[in-house]
Design a protein around this ligand. Sequence first.
Ligand code: NAD
Length: 323
Amino acid sequence: MPKVFVTRIIPDAGINKLTRAGYEVHLNPEDRVLQKDELIGLLEKERYDAVLALLTDKLDKDIFKAAGPQCKIFSNMAVGFDNVDLDAAKEMQIMVSNTPGVLTDTVAEHTFALLLAIAHRISEADNFTRAGKYHGWEPMMLLGSDVSKKTLGIIGLGRIGSRVAYHARKGFDMNVIYYDVKRSEDFEREFGATFSSDVEGVLKAADFVSIHVPLMEQTRHLINAERLKLMKKSAYLINTSRGPIIDEKALAGALKSGIIRGAALDVFEAEPKVEPELLKLNNVILTPHIASATEETRDKMAELAAFNIIEALEGRTPPNLVK
Ligand code: NAD
């Protein structure tokens, strides 16, 4: 009976899919991220045919070596795969898969929730009310910024970026400007969107900038102190992609000194740590990497991660092989 190791407790939907396919599933006994040496120890103790891993697992050559030649696939339960050394996996002839698509709507919703919340100062207002500071309606109290008919800048117009643009255009009549390494003229026609051939063009034009590129060497610190200065003073930055795409210290500085008006972040440069200066600021909303965290979507992600394993172990090509 093929054996699968799952690096952390995940929704039953994923585990049941594997057991129904006739596999023996071994779960990380602790409900926490395994340290590298712990994961190596568990993988060396038994021979597994597949590993279902999470974005919090750093999957490098040592891990693939520990899994040994019997292990065919590491199935990452995330769309991002910046936690995986793909060259090492290739060298060890181990397949790597991810879970794209099933979380697109949920992450786009969370992105829009952050955008609306920062513009309408929802967190600040909630804290204010709970602190007993509301003593009656005031004409100048907690003034925010409109979203409708403003300009949304999308950096990375893939699955999630284009869904965010859809909500902006259809729901809030926003103008959309985007930057991506690939231009999409169909999208421009359908959404009346403008293509910018560089990041700078988006930063200068947008009232809200939302980041949706993957983390790679080319996108690390894509948003730095210099580029933040190009944004409007009244603009907001939203990031539900990966933390290291923004220089967090530079962002804290820009928020503190009024270079931009606000930010909303679901991801951080050195998770789970958050730049201490950000924690002191009112004009930033911080959520703990939960953009895909709905019951429905986590079930789908677990099922898709399991399906990729089943396809690999049955000798077929997994649908979401990362190349
Ligand atoms: P996708 O591959 O569909 O879209 C990425 C887009 O970025 C593509 O259009 C691609 O052409 C573009 N791109 C790549 N490199 C670029 C570069 N250097 N400059 C400009 N554009 C570039 O991916 P997706 O499904 O939309 O997901 C996007 C990212 O969102 C993932 O990589 C992941 O890191 C992140 N994510 C985060 C969460 C969360 O919980 N916060 C959940 C899901 C995804």
